[in-house]
Design a binder for this molecule. Structure first.
Ligand code: HEM
Ligand SMILES: [Cu+2]
Length: 555
């Protein structure tokens, strides 16, 4: 508790200490606390998903199916896929960094609908709980894609329950999307026009559009599967008049855009890391901002590239192939603009920046292999092989999770008011990069040599590549696990962070670290362009006694 004799308690209290009871957390409407609740939940789901991955990689060390049965193997990769995609990666950046930062970056007291924000967390937990229950009761074997007729007719696991979990958690996505869109429209600080907003906000905005527009399609699709399983209504099962390909169309009409729910936020984080890490204004602000919107729009037009081998018409395939190539344009616009920002920047190779660099490498490589897959003739060869597994892990894990790690380190002093150990930070970032490549690069080779995905036995000739891939896993574990430790320690032993330890631009750096309950002592205003670098280079930024608000904008 704070000293009751203090005159202005709201100023020295931060959002962590403002209220102390457990109930105050479970009933909080503070976006920063909701972000923390989400973060703790996602650590748990990541751990669960990793168990599935570990079983898969252990099994694949030897060519024989000797660790688990084929059935158990199917359940392990299904567990892994469902948990990682729907209950980890989709909410990862929006629900944690997005929730925490959006109001701070816009100069607002909170999100537009604080209670809806809390509700989204509860809905998410309920959805995840249903899916975990399905897994605990024995799991399911459909893969995370729930393809029919396997999921609707043949599967005998807890498909309905798992689908219900995914269905329910979709509402969390929709709530978050609505909240972010309305907040961006209505709660910007005076002086902050659309083109003064940080690019992370643009990324969140584009993501929210996809969340609101695509998620209902998945929800309806999943309801139809349940309807077929439970009531025998013929939607997808040909025996009762359905069409199994209809499922694939509907599923990918959501799930391709959903890939951008996973990567657009990461691209937004990157723009912040690149500008702050090079102390430079972003090159081509408007191009970077609009490219997020362009990616969001295009993401709806390419779902057919998942169905090149499903018998869709050749002309359909050509159109989907062309449109998929088109997505490379706005993505490359971003990469080039980051490169131009780094050029002539004053670069500090700190932890967030190392993550940013490894992101750029992994994202570009993942993207280029995506173009390989978008070429119909090659896709026919590597469809449903480890080439695909490698490609999407480069984007989803290599790029998206790395960007999250970079963002987490970058905003950690703001969130907690503490600095972390830089050497351990750099070490972990490098380990993650090396471990990642060791795990997933061999899978490109495996796929190219013809190893199909979702198989638990394989040709002994392929063992060496599988062993290499599995050898990367302990390194990955260090890369993900070590930050948990030193970030955790920093809460107790870390130096106190000033309000702006990186000399970064943006409203979130003008308030105390950690921010008070309603973010700013006085409602802030914004003047001038976005990213007014350089910022406060002259003052001694690192340690500050007690986080006391100073006059706005000292630069
Ligand atoms: C955010 C993190 C991750 C996401 C979103 C993710 C997503 C996925 C998805 C969607 C699948 C396809 C499952 C299926 O075919 O039904 C998959 C498969 C796989 N994942 Fe991950 N994954 C993540 C992290 C990891 C990690 C860290 C590893 C390394 C240990 C890993 C190893 C694998 C392997 C080996 C497969 C292939 C399973 C098979 O085809 O038999 N994943 N992942
Ligand atoms: Cu796709």
């Amino acid at each position: 508790m704070t000293d009751p004799s203090q005159e202005r308690p709201s100023r020295s209290e931060n959002f962590w200490t403002a209220r102390e009871t457990a109930l105050s957390w479970f009933l909080t409407t503070d976006h920063k606390r909701v972000a923390v609740l989400y973060a703790l939940t996602l650590i748990a789901t990541f751990a669960l998903g990793s168990v599935g991955a570990a079983i898969v990689r252990l099994e694949l060390i030897t060519p024989a199916g000797d660790l688990v049965s084929a059935e158990a193997y199917n359940r392990a990769f299904t567990l892994h896929g469902i948990v990682m995609v729907f209950f980890f990666l989709v909410p990862l950046i929006p629900a944690t960094l997005g929730n925490f930062l959006l109001p701070l970056m816009l100069g607002a007291k909170d999100l537009a609908f604080p209670r809806l924000n809390l509700a989204s967390w509860y809905v998410f937990v309920i959805g995840a709980g249903l899916a975990v229950a399905a897994i605990a009761m024995g799991g399911l074997e459909t893969g995370w894609t729930f393809y029919t007729p396997l999921s609707s007719v043949y599967a005998d696991g807890y498909v309905t329950l798992a689908i219900l979990g995914v269905f329910v958690s979709g509402f969390a996505s929709i709530f978050t999307g609505i909240n972010f869109i309305v907040t961006t429209h209505t709660l910007r600080a005076p002086g902050m026009g659309w083109f003064q907003m940080p690019l992370f906000v643009w990324g969140m905005y584009a993501t929210s559009l996809v969340m609101v527009l695509a998620t209902p399609v998945l929800a309806v699709t999943l309801l139809l599967v349940i309807a077929e399983r439970a009531f025998g209504i013929g939607v997808f099962d040909p025996a009762i008049g359905g069409d199994p390909l209809l499922f694939q169309h509907l599923f990918w009409f959501y799930s391709h855009p959903a890939v951008y729910i996973m990567i657009l936020p990461a691209l937004g984080v990157m723009s912040e890391l690149v500008t702050a890490g090079s102390h430079n204004r972003i090159f081509g602000y408007r191009f970077v901002a609009f490219s997020s919107i362009a990616i969001a729009v295009l993401s709806f037009l390419v779902w057919g590239h998942h169905m090149f081998t499903s018998g869709q018409s050749m002309y359909g395939g050509i159109v989907f192939s062309f449109l998929s190539f088109l997505v490379a344009v706005p993505s490359a616009v971003k990469a080039y603009n980051w490169a131009a920002t780094l050029y002539k920047g004053r670069i500090t190779l700190n932890t967030p920046f190392l993550y940013a660099l490894s992101f750029i490498g992994l994202f570009v490589f993942g993207g280029l292999t995506g173009l390989v897959l978008a070429s119909i003739a090659v896709d026919v060869h590597v469809h449903d092989t480890y080439f695909v597994v490698a490609h999407f892990h480069y984007i989803m894990v290599g790029a998206a999770v790395t960007a999250f790690m970079g963002g987490l380190h970058f905003w950690w002093p703001k969130i907690t008011g503490r600095l972390f150990n830089e050497s351990l930070g750099r070490f972990s970032a490098v380990m993650l990069f090396l471990g990642f490549n060791l795990t997933f690069f061999p899978q490109f080779v495996l796929g190219y040599l013809g190893m199909p995905r979702r198989y638990h036995e394989y040709d002994p000739d392929l063992q060496i590549w599988n062993v290499l891939s599995s050898a990367g896993v302990p390194m990955l574990a260090v890369g993900y696990g070590l930050p948990l430790l030193y970030l955790g320690w920093s809460l107790k032993i870390g130096e106190k962070a000033g309000r702006n330890p990186w000399n970064a631009a943006g409203l979130e750096w003008t308030t105390t670290s950690p921010p008070p309950e309603h973010n700013f002592p006085e409602p802030p205003e914004w003047e001038g362009p976005a990213y007014p670098y350089p910022v406060g280079e002259t003052e001694e930024p690192q340690v500050q006694e007690e986080a006391q608000p100073k006059p706005e904008r000292e630069a």
